[in-house]
Design a binder for this molecule. Sequence first.
Ligand code: GRF
Length: 203
Amino acid sequence: MLMKRIAILVSGGGSNMQSIVDSANSGILKGFASVVLVISNKPNAYAIKRAKDKNIKSICIERKNFEEEKSFNDSILKELKNAETDIVCLAGYIRMIGRDIIKTYRGRILNIHPALLPKFGGEGMYGHYVHEAVIKAKETKSGATVHFVEEEYDAGKIIIQQEVEVFENDLPEDVAKKVLCIEHEIYPKAIKKVIEGQVVSCP
Ligand code: GRF
């Protein structure tokens, strides 16, 4: 089987990116995929350093350098195509991804969300806001979801979901830690499922 070429879009720490890279190098994605490109919209994202450390091509594309959202997204799409990307993984990418990118990679573009979708998803639900909302709602469990990306926020078909327990005295940062831990497990698993055709975006 031909190895799939993965590009990862990031904005921050890049711990999920790292788990995908590690998995492609020596884990369940070994022989199935390789990470060929990392694109960050933030020049100071720690993810860029992680990519450099692993000798992965990394590019920063900042919104402020473009007049319009469309040309910003076109520039990302061009880099994805140049890298002959098969699968796009959003891993802590904080912007809405451009429609042309979704159209080009539909069924091959994935995102990870730190909650059990469809609960606690949608616009404005990211980072600590998610975990605060989970605690406010007195949920006894939360978790992480890997899903296909569609035009609507957090609404694409779910590929994998895994739960964590939420205890009465948990603070948002406690939940965040538990959830991030399982994110690192399920993202590579979800990618493998997609590569093997075990799950597709449309019925
Ligand atoms: C993760 O919690 C992920 O679910 C969300 O953003 C966070 C990214 O963390 N989309 P990292 O940059 O991968 O460490």
